[in-house]
Design a protein around this ligand. Structure first.
Ligand code: SF4
Ligand code: SF4
Length: 358
């Protein structure tokens, strides 16, 4: 193409997934009869046509360097007809149409230091948001929390020992992506934003910032002769929503940005209604690089759930059966006044439900 004739723009967006699908899956799309779970980390799907496909699920650390990606792709070339699939929980899945290849594939995966698991009643890979590497507003590194936590939950990923599946999520700010699961580890800011008044007028569009606050705590103000903003700290719920549109309203703080653990969230399914998660531990130190305090609390909750829940109870079902007071007893987590939503705007939040109303 000549230099004076620019190429037409490439349409971006989600590409058609069929081109990346294993041919056996493409052929039997929507025509699956049943599936079985031969062993942890492996699923076998049988189609009405009689075709079978075996899925081997592999945990990754999510932030993958080119070397690791090539290594994982080479395994796909060697054992899985050149196909590879990433799940939303950062697992890699290999689809194999020849059952004879399943065990050699697992051996090759483990020889490279990866782990096979995360199916059925295991602790699945923790889903996480971007953290320090990719986002501009995080208060912690979700990816780092996940890596250090999964290092300690490796057996629970590899084996199917839980009463039912456990989905854990993390979120590295308090307002955007992530954060709903059987157990969620979320950032919790504990003090209002600190405003750099010298920068506000140059950096922030003040009406947008005022409109952003969910509790109307921000007002325009003149400070040192310059247009700026002020925060009514009695109203502020330290959510951090004003920081993305106005970085001079610094909310992240080495000491006062903490982690909190919430439990019992679940999407609706064929058997149960959706449930909201509830706060069970707050003020946990945001302590990189291994976040030992948050990990200890999550392990403690998982142990209590494993010991006490009946087969097939999800964490929310288990807590509903035993009751919240008993949950705090068996997990030895302190129940404090901060667990009670006594904020004056609670007349709205207490009225919240998962149903959309107009
Ligand atoms: S949770 Fe917040 S900080 Fe983390 S990636 Fe999403 S928007 Fe960014
Ligand atoms: S942190 Fe949240 S509640 Fe506080 S001023 Fe900013 S937007 Fe409003």
């Amino acid at each position: 193409m000549s230099a004076d004739k620019p190429r037409s723009p490439i349409e971006s967006g989600c590409p058609d997934g069929f081109q990346y699908m294993h041919p056996v899956m493409r052929k039997n799309y929507g025509q699956w009869k049943f599936h079985t779970h031969p062993k942890p980390g492996v699923l076998r799907h049988v189609a009405y046509s009689g075709d079978e496909i075996w899925t081997v699920r592999v945990g990754t650390q999510r932030i993958l360097d080119v070397f690791s990606l090539r290594e994982l792709c080479d395994l796909g070339d060697e054992y899985a007809d050149g196909y590879i699939h990433f799940t939303i929980r950062s697992n890699v899945e290999y689809m194999v149409s020849d059952p004879e290849k399943v065990e050699p594939l697992i051996k090759a995966i483990e020889a490279k230091g990866y782990i096979v698991g995360g199916t059925k009643n295991s602790v699945t890979m923790i889903s996480h948001t971007q953290g320090w590497l990719h986002c501009d507003i995080p208060g912690t590194d979700a990816s780092g929390v996940v890596k250090s936590m999964m290092d300690e939950l490796i057996t629970e990923f590899r084996e199917c020992n839980m009463p039912n599946r456990v989905h854990i999520t993390t979120s590295c700010c308090q307002i955007n992506c992530g954060g709903q699961g059987d157990i969620a580890i979320n950032v919790q800011h504990t003090k209002p934003p600190k405003i750099n008044h010298d920068l506000v007028s140059n950096v922030c569009e003040r009406p947008s910032v005022v409109a952003r606050c969910p509790v109307a705590a921000i007002r325009p103000a003149m400070v040192n002769g310059k247009p700026s903003l002020e925060v009514d700290e009695k109203k502020c719920i330290c959510c951090g929503a004003c920081f993305p549109p106005c970085p001079p309203m610094q909310i992240n703080d080495a000491e006062h940005s903490k982690l909190a653990v919430w439990v019992g969230g679940n999407h609706s399914n064929a058997r149960s209604k959706p449930t909201f998660q509830k706060l069970v531990a707050a003020g946990i130190p945001n302590n990189p690089p291994r976040w030992p305090e948050a990990t200890a609390i999550v392990k403690n909750i998982l142990k209590a759930y494993k010991d006490d829940a009946k087969d097939w109870e999800r964490i929310n079902d288990w807590i509903e059966r035993i009751g919240w007071p008993r949950f705090f007893e068996v997990t030895n987590l302190p129940f404090t006044k901060y667990h009670i939503d006594n904020w004056r705007g609670a007349r709205n939040s207490l009225n919240a439900s998962t149903h959309i109303r107009f």
